[in-house]
Design a protein around this ligand. Structure first.
Ligand SMILES: NC(=O)c1ccc[n+]([C@@H]2O[C@H](COP(=O)([O-])OP(=O)(O)OC[C@H]3O[C@@H](n4cnc5c(N)ncnc54)[C@H](O)[C@@H]3O)[C@@H](O)[C@H]2O)c1
Length: 467
């Protein structure tokens, strides 16, 4: 059994949650959490609040809730702050986003009105479809980064939080051109000083947080923390980082169905995905530059799961198309259609159709909560740099440069839970184990040493092939 060497300090005191971008996702997350705190809503979709984790063998019947197993901050200890291009407080932002109805929000109106966004870092060349006259001013991007650092420090002082996490919930930016300033922390800082155009606002926020050793997560497909400069800085300052792009609607479906196709060796000839959505995010993605960033993030998942290199006959020539259409009447209630052309025995064609009537921010809010709590846990556990075990939450998971990202949601889920087991000194589960089977003589060398079996477990049949 591998054990984590350090014991994790408890989550004492308040935890600051700093969110650049306070639109639909952020306001739904904060409003939802305030409602949960008052017992007026349930945190459905959140692993940290609802899921259990199996420990040891099945017959041990040890299945604590994740929140009772690892030392997480409690939702009642979270304190919120952030930045936005619009001056709306969280009550106004939530009403405008239209995800939750006014009557649902009213019980937490006072809490929402108390949260107003700080002045943002804004650069219209990275976001064409939104306008703002609120923006930090300064002679250089370095100066803007110092202003964000000052905001963070002022927020911590005023709110009295012990620790803080930053999670980008802002719009999808146009991707910057690759630049030498992304390659090392030193080059990046020089780039900030000489206003390198390849540094978008999201990177300035990421730099501010990471330079303070704060955990940083990224819910959009923006590069922000996903360049060698930020990874190097995070390792140096001890900041855990994770991204990119919350895995919510269509990609959640894709990374669930594709592993099934591959597991059953069913071929794929085409996957056509289209969406309509009418919220501000949809308006931003209506710009070809921002859409390109999102498309890149959405397109990468199939190849990575299906591995056409290993299975050229089944997955070597499939057609993959992704569309997002801005359609205002829908607001946040996105609708996605997938048409999947597959092939079975003797190449016979079949089709799968998915029509997902989802609510974007309702799916994203629990991800925000889990990421905040897990990133804070990672920091207290002494984990730094890229947190690949949080890939479960992302469309475009960040991982070490020499590795391939893991997109299969089931592997991601196993990895997440095994990381929690490791952190707490519990046995990692790989769902193998020959100790469930009667072995022929000669195979005994493969079997692990017999384990003591509790009396309750002895009564159970042991014929199941699922460990
Ligand atoms: N299910 C989902 O909702 C989902 C899934 C995956 C990714 N995302 C991503 O999460 C992000 C937030 O989604 P949303 O629906 O809340 O969008 P939204 O448009 O409602 O909110 C984004 C907010 O970010 C603000 N913003 C933009 N640039 C900023 C800057 N430089 N500084 C501070 N604020 C800035 C905008 O003013 C806006 O209010 C988007 O990038 C979206 O693509 C959302």
């Amino acid at each position: 059994m591998k054990k984590h060497l350090n014991s994790i300090p408890p989550a004492k005191g308040k935890l600051g949650v700093l969110l650049p971008g306070m639109g639909a996702v952020t306001s739904t997350f904060i409003a939802g959490l305030e409602l949960v705190k008052k017992g007026l809503g349930r945190p459905i979709g959140s692993l940290t609040q609802l899921q259990t984790i199996r420990l040891g063998k099945r017959y041990e019947n040890r299945n604590p809730l994740i929140k009772d197993f690892v030392p997480l901050a409690a939702p009642s200890d979270l304190v919120f702050g952030g930045w936005d291009l619009f001056p709306d407080n969280m009550w106004e932002a939530a009403l405008k986003a239209g995800v939750l109805e006014r009557h649902q929000l009213t019980p937490v109106r006072r809490e929402l009105e108390a949260i107003a966004p700080m002045t943002p870092v804004f650069d219209p060349s990275y976001l064409r479809n939104l306008k703002s006259d609120r923006a930090k001013r300064g002679p250089s991007k370095w100066d803007l980064a110092r202003q964000v650092v000052a905001d963070i420090e002022a927020f911590k002082r005023k709110s009295g939080v012990e620790r803080a996490v930053m999670l980008w919930c802002g719009s999808t930016e146009i991707l910057p051109k690759p630049s030498p300033c992304h390659e090392s922390a030193r080059a990046f800082e020089e780039g900030l000083r000489r206003n390198d155009p390849a540094i978008p606002p999201s990177m300035i926020y990421a730099y501010a947080a990471i330079s303070l050793g704060m955990p940083y997560g990224n819910g959009a497909p923006n590069l922000s923390g996903d360049v060698p400069a930020m990874v190097e800085l995070a390792r140096r300052t001890g900041a855990p980082i994770a991204g990119k792009d919350f895995k919510t609607g269509q990609t959640l479906m894709k990374t669930t169905i594709a592993p099934m196709l591959k597991a059953r060796m069913l071929g794929l000839t085409g996957w056509y995905s289209t969406n309509i959505l009418g919220n501000r995010d949809g308006e931003v993605l209506d710009d070809p530059g921002s859409f390109k960033t999102k498309e890149k993030s959405k397109m990468s998942v199939l190849d990575s799961i299906l591995d056409p290199g290993l299975y050229p006959e089944l997955y070597g020539r499939y057609h993959h198309k992704v569309r997002i259409d801005y359609y205002p009447p829908r607001g946040d209630a996105k609708e996605g259609w997938d048409n999947i052309d597959i092939r079975g025995w003797l190449d016979m064609p079949m089709q799968i159709k998915i029509n997902f009537l989802c609510r974007d921010s309702i799916l994203a809010a629990p991800i925000v909560l889990d990421l905040v709590l897990f990133l804070d846990l990672a920091k207290r556990a002494g984990l730094k740099g890229i947190q690949e075990w949080l890939s479960f939450y992302f469309k475009s998971p960040q991982c070490r440069e020499d590795l391939k990202p893991e997109h299969d949601i089931f592997i991601q889920h196993l990895k997440l839970k095994n990381t929690l087991r490791l952190l707490m000194g519990e046995e990692v589960l790989d769902h193998s184990g020959l100790d469930y089977y009667d072995l022929e003589r000669g195979a005994v060398a493969l079997a692990p040493a017999p384990r003591p079996v509790k009396s309750a477990a002895r009564k159970k049949p042991i014929a199941s092939s699922r460990p």
